[in-house]
Design a protein around this ligand. Structure first.
Ligand code: CO
Length: 371
């Protein structure tokens, strides 16, 4: 999403207020989803130091390699920039900016995913300070999505749905997992996605029992159960959907397990309401699978928050007493896995609304038999 510099300044100001709340002096952001959230500016992190320092006393400065300078100025026109050129040492520049902050003693929050090499540079630039993570502040800001963010996620979900129908309407038996993953990804890109949200998972036959099997050279055979777990990005925002299909006819055991997972998903979805804890949603799914005797086969949490990152708070997991609020977005993805044999998972991303939840993907949950 292209964010105007006006909304960039609004979000930077929200970080500044967050610094007051958690009693920190400044936050240092690198090339990350946090920086994208604040300014719309994004790129793969690289070896050149690029950071945004947000000070508690309303001071913000971008330390920028020369080749990014124009783009950063366009994105965040209200923020001061200090530019360094290849051949110069950015650490001295960062120390200079650090020395100019009004608050001389408070803690410095460092972007959670900042490369260690830069985190050490930041620590050197702020001698005798305590350090923390910017998620103390950004976690709260990013957890509740606004209308634009949810709009992007809906679009990313629609594209994933289309790719699912397109790919499963054609013969998949005989394809390698990698080929099938490639088809899903090509469909999403053709439908307007800016990229994949994460490396597409295609887990066929016994591989479907491995919850995080990616996609490998195995060829899909008649009778295989296949888990497809994929998503794309629109405006930086992710979709994430899983469906389990069978090549040919389903046997009674698969039908029974699939129905249990489908009911677990529905129970979690029904439980997800404003004011309900994240762990209660997890428990709703877990109770269904437990009653069916599959409790010990559900080897992961029920879901994860999602937005600019595929995995972010709130986590739908036992022990998370966080209460759901309107605008929170997370996956519901119960699964049941039988090592060496097969697995089943059904996943949608939902947004918490006044009425309950809204699913970003609409592909039916019924077991789909494919050719
Ligand atoms: Co997921």
């Amino acid at each position: 999403m292209t964010r105007s510099s006006g909304s960039a300044l609004k979000r930077v100001e929200a970080v500044r207020r967050g610094l007051e709340r958690v009693d920190a002096a400044a936050a240092v952001f690198g090339l990350s989803s946090n920086l994208r959230y604040l300014t719309g500016f994004t790129d793969e992190p690289g070896e050149r130091l690029l950071c945004l320092i947000v000070g508690r006393e309303a001071e913000s400065t971008f330390v920028v390699p020369e080749l990014y300078a124009d783009e950063v100025r366009a994105r965040a026109s209200g923020i001061a920039t200090r530019v360094w050129s290849d051949g110069e040492n950015p650490a001295a520049l960062l120390s200079d900016v650090a020395g100019g902050l009004a608050n001389r003693t408070g803690r410095i929050l460092i972007d959670d995913t900042l490369w260690t090499t830069f985190a050490l540079t930041v620590q050197n630039a702020f001698p005798d300070r305590g350090f923390g993570l910017v998620s103390e502040v950004t976690g709260e800001l990013r957890m509740r999505k606004d209308e634009d963010e949810i709009g992007a996620m809906k679009r990313a979900g629609e594209i994933a749905d289309r790719a699912y129908f397109a790919v499963t309407s054609r013969t998949v038996t005989g394809l390698s997992e990698i080929e099938l993953a490639g088809r899903l990804e090509a469909e999403m890109l053709a439908a307007g996605a800016e990229g994949v949200a994460f490396q597409t998972l295609v887990a066929s036959g016994p591989n479907s029992a491995l919850p995080h099997h990616r996609a490998g050279p195995r060829r899909i055979e008649a009778g295989d159960i296949v888990i497809l777990d994929f998503g794309c990005r629109v405006g930086g925002y992710c979709s994430d959907v899983s469906r389990t299909v069978v090549c040919g006819e389903a046997n009674p055991e698969l039908l029974k397990v699939h129905e249990a997972v489908r009911r677990a998903h529905a129970a979690a979805r029904d439980a997800a309401r404003i004011g309900v804890t994240a762990e209660a949603v997890d428990r709703a799914a877990r109770d269904v699978l437990g009653e069916e005797g599959y409790g010990d086969r559900f080897v992961h949490r029920t879901g994860h928050g999602i937005g600019l990152d595929v995995h972010e708070p709130p986590y739908i997991v036992e022990g998370n007493e966080r209460r759901l609020e309107q605008g929170m977005t997370f996956s519901i993805e119960p699964g049941t896995y039988f090592p060496g044999r097969f697995g089943v998972r059904i996943e949608d991303v939902v947004a918490v609304t006044e009425e309950g939840t809204l699913a970003m993907t609409r592909a039916p949950h019924e077991l789909r038999c494919v050719a």
